[in-house]
Design a protein around this ligand. Structure first.
Ligand code: SF4
Length: 343
């Protein structure tokens, strides 16, 4: 059975009002007392060959979005369509087949590779699971992939502990590519790596996207990391998307106070020079008890009275530029000017 509802041929993925809540149980009867709202009504779409950067501080829910799309976590509600098929309606063999097309590269290149398997075994594991290619061809394909990601053929016979962090991430990339996916969730793939290695891995992922016609959901906590690889960027805070625009537009014309704060946190001048960073005061509040109204209001330098109680809504301010902030009410569509701004 298929579950097809979409017709746009360029559209690869749509995520509609996705929610992922975790129940919090209390008392000897373990009754559900509250919910942690890790993802609270997230919507976006991804075209074929496109990269969407998903950015926010730790605990904002971005990793949960990626894992729920892949059904590594069960959703609370919402819809995900991949290639026109409802991912959440699939079970058994249908789910297994769609998972082959949707892969993930993990943040931790040390913990995500089985230390008891050879690199060749790791890269071929997906080919074996999906019965891809004649058995005798798999080693050659795996070795060619290792070469393509910047390793060598003889690494096929070695074990993960023999490699550096950057090399292990290359093994993770080869493993994802081995099953010929169309879409990859890159879950903070460079956060654990040295700055000098980060650029190499981002460039490799960028080249592979062109070569294999891939689409990425590229998750990061740093806007600078996603700037060049992303076609569009969505900024997330406490389970919600606060702003979404093309990468160029977001850097040229950020609207949301949280996006502006993330941009101000990018070090200027000498890489790693912390003295020039502007850091956002306070931490992300607990998603167990999020602030009423706009969840960013306790930290927002432009907070207004209505922000403390009135829920925010996503509004398209200019073509493809969405923002959820009371400074930009729905009536201002097309103007991209804050409420009350002159001119
Ligand atoms: Fe700041 Fe209010 Fe906009 Fe939230 S809605 S970001 S508190 S101005």
């Amino acid at each position: 059975m298929t579950h097809t509802t979409q017709s746009n041929n360029d559209l690869l993925l749509t995520v509609s009002d996705l929610k992922k809540y975790y129940p919090v149980r209390r008392g000897i009867l373990a009754r559900v007392a509250a919910h942690v709202k890790a993802v609270d009504g997230v919507s976006f779409s991804l075209q074929r060959g496109e990269t969407l950067g998903l950015v926010g501080e730790s605990g904002c829910g971005k990793t949960t979005v990626g894992r729920t799309i892949l059904r590594l976590l069960d959703p609370t509600s919402g819809e995900v369509h991949f290639n026109g098929t409802s991912v959440f309606a699939l079970h058994g063999e249908e789910l297994r087949q769609i998972r082959k097309q949707m892969q993930i590269i993990f943040q931790d290149p040390f913990g995500s590779l089985n230390p008891r398997m050879t690199v060749g075994g790791i890269v071929m594991e997906g080919m074996v699971a999906h019965a891809m290619h004649p058995k005798t061809e798999r080693p050659e394909r795996a070795q060619a992939l290792l070469e393509r990601v910047g390793l060598s053929r003889e690494h096929f016979f070695r074990y993960p502990h023999e490699f550096s962090g950057g090399q292990r991430q290359r093994i993770g990339i080869a493993r994802a590519l081995a099953v010929e996916p169309k879409f990859i969730v890159c879950d903070e793939p460079v956060s654990a790596l040295d700055v000098s290695i980060q650029a190499q891995i981002i460039n490799l992922l960028s080249d592979l996207k062109q070569e294999y016609g891939l689409s990425y959901l590229f998750i990061a906590h740093d806007l600078a990391v996603v700037q060049h690889i992303s076609d569009r960027i969505a900024v997330m805070y406490l389970g919600k998307i606060m702003e979404e625009a093309t990468s160029e537009e977001l850097f040229r014309n950020p609207l949301h106070p949280y996006t502006k704060a993330l941009l101000a946190a990018i070090p200027k001048g000498v890489p790693g020079e912390k003295a020039k960073r502007q850091t956002l005061p306070g931490d992300v509040p607990s998603p167990l008890n999020p602030p009423a109204g706009c969840p960013f209001h306790p930290r927002c330098p432009q907070v207004m009275e209505e922000c403390r109680s009135k829920p925010i809504e996503r509004v398209e301010q200019s073509a493809g530029h969405f923002v959820a902030c009371h400074l930009f009410p729905a009536s201002a569509i097309g103007s991209a000017k804050p409420a009350g701004a002159a001119g």
